[in-house]
Ligand binder design. Structure first.
Ligand SMILES: [Zn+2]
Ligand SMILES: [Zn+2]
Length: 281
């Protein structure tokens, strides 16, 4: 089954998100669970959570295929005790919010080590995942690969693998593959999409790929710059995305558009859905 759709706004109320996705003919979607740029936000109201779940069901979405994105302030790899404490509190809050509206996955960036050795950052990231997941059941955190600027972890897929291997909660951790970030980090998604996905399947196992972010890239290969573009309008090109949607790694996996022009979401969903349905016949 093809699960594809945009990252939609939760403005006014989180329960409005499913309807916003439906306007694009999406079969799934992503969202933030609160304002992504602040540390604390009001709790999701019981009525909003109930309304969200009701809408999801009404519109034919599956709660377990929706891929919420954690806030940007969390840094799981930070060396600062103060930032770590705040990050852990926020991460636990994000998990609670996801569960409150019936979701079972959360996408997050692995963090930046800021200073010192990369390997210490990797350890700290794994440690925070363990702290956050300790008492949490039936939940998966999906570590997203990154563009690799500065001291951000996760621009090499091996680094995501290392973080997972150091965690005591391997069964609760998966990955999200962002095509723009892959391209920025030097993976040639334009010419080698299938090969990159084959390798990811080989490294992590197919069922560990919990989501993909389908974004074209404004920047050239390997520039370490995270600048999303609409599908087919950037350096990666539409053919690569057509290749991705029919790859076995994409089957049953939430494919999320974080592309820059909302007015094109519907046609982006349409083009790729058509490719998928022609392929499966
Ligand atoms: Zn992304
Ligand atoms: Zn990005």
């Amino acid at each position: 089954m093809l699960y594809i759709g945009p990252h939609v706004s939760i403005a006014k109320d989180i329960s409005l998100a499913p309807e916003r996705a439906k306007e694009t003919k999406a079969t799934t979607f992503a969202l933030f669970l609160k304002n992504q740029k602040i540390w604390t936000a009001p709790e999701i109201k019981d009525e909003s959570a109930t309304a969200f779940k009701k809408k999801v069901k009404e519109l034919g979405y599956r709660l377990d295929r929706i891929l919420p994105h954690a806030g940007y302030l969390i840094n799981m790899a930070s060396p600062s005790p103060e930032t770590r404490e705040k990050s852990l509190t926020l991460l636990k809050d994000e998990i609670r919010r996801a569960k409150k509206i019936g979701l079972s996955r959360l996408n997050i960036h692995p963090g930046a080590y800021i200073e010192g050795e990369r390997v210490d950052g990797i350890k700290r990231s794994a440690m925070m995942l363990d702290e956050a997941l300790e008492d949490v059941d039936d939940f998966i955190i999906a570590l997203e690969n990154t563009a690799g600027s500065g001291s951000n972890l996760g621009s090499r897929l091996e680094e995501l693998e290392e973080i997972i291997s150091l965690s005591k909660n391997k069964d609760k951790i998966g990955i999200t593959l962002d095509t723009c970030h892959l391209y920025a980090a030097g993976y040639d998604v334009r010419n080698e999409a299938s090969k990159i996905l084959d390798n990811a399947v080989k490294t992590f196992g197919r069922d560990k790929i919990k989501g993909m972010h389908l974004n074209d890239s404004k920047e050239e290969l390997g520039r370490k710059k995270d600048r999303h573009e609409s599908l087919g309008k950037g350096r990666i090109g539409l053919e690569a995305f057509k290749e991705i949607v029919v790859h076995k790694a994409a089957d049953d996996c939430p494919l999320i558009l974080e592309t820059i022009d909302e007015s094109l979401w519907k046609s982006e969903v349409e083009v790729l859905s058509k490719v998928y349905h022609e392929y499966i016949g």
